[in-house]
Design a protein around this ligand. Structure first.
Ligand SMILES: CC(C)(COP(=O)(O)OP(=O)(O)OC[C@H]1O[C@@H](n2cnc3c(N)ncnc32)[C@H](O)[C@@H]1OP(=O)(O)O)[C@@H](O)C(=O)NCCC(=O)NCCS
Length: 161
């Protein structure tokens, strides 16, 4: 096993390196209608006291680390806020998001967070199912929160992380 890969082909989860921003932004662009830009991710890296970006890496055939997903979270006081989570479309349904979420919750715990919160588009069934399976519960609705297209956000929370 190397630093780039986990056991038995599992992705290895770890903090993003600056040179990986472009790969993360590429997955973001494939995943969201209003994607964050490379500059926006760079701004997240510039404030490590609040923001953390974790990436999932696998090894390609040449032994190079390949980014297959990422999660961006903030810890503010006792709350872990999950901002962005996406997996390369070619790597979905292989528990990559589940692993990223578990690592982010562990990160929040270590930083003293007691609950995790997030917003998700009301029509985003894969994400709603993922969060539900990980113990998150719907706690509210923000009407017309999203644009492109306009849509409500479901607020989900996990207490006692
Ligand atoms: C949502 C997303 C991150 C899930 O990533 P993933 O790596 O495919 O998810 P996992 O393989 O870890 O799935 C874990 C669980 O989530 C649920 N799930 C994931 N994708 C699903 C889908 N397409 N349909 C139904 N349930 C799904 C399942 O319960 C799954 O468990 P199972 O495979 O044992 O049934 C991915 O589809 C994605 O990047 N979507 C675009 C970006 C996005 O919507 N991000 C979330 C914004 S809040």
């Amino acid at each position: 096993m190397t630093a780039a890969s986990g056991a038995a082909g599992e992705p290895a989860i770890g903090p993003i390196r600056p040179e990986e921003i472009a790969a993360v932004a590429a997955i973001e662009a494939l995943s969201f209608s209003l994607p964050w830009t490379e500059e926006m991710f760079a701004q997240e890296l510039a404030r490590p006291e609040v923001s953390t970006v974790l990436v999932a890496r696998v090894e390609d055939r040449g032994g190079e680390a390949l980014i297959v997903g990422y999660i961006c979270v903030w810890v503010v006081e006792d709350e872990l806020h999950i901002n962005n989570l996406a997996v390369d479309p070619r790597w979905r349904r292989r528990r990559v998001a589940h692993s990223l979420l578990a690592a982010a919750l562990e990160h929040g715990r270590r930083r003293g967070a007691e609950r995790a919160v997030l917003e998700v588009r009301a029509s985003n069934v894969p994400a709603l199912r993922l969060y539900g399976r990980c113990g998150f519960e719907p706690v509210g609705l923000r009407r017309r929160y999203y644009s492109h297209p306009v849509e409500d956000a479901v607020i989900m929370a996990l207490e006692g992380i």
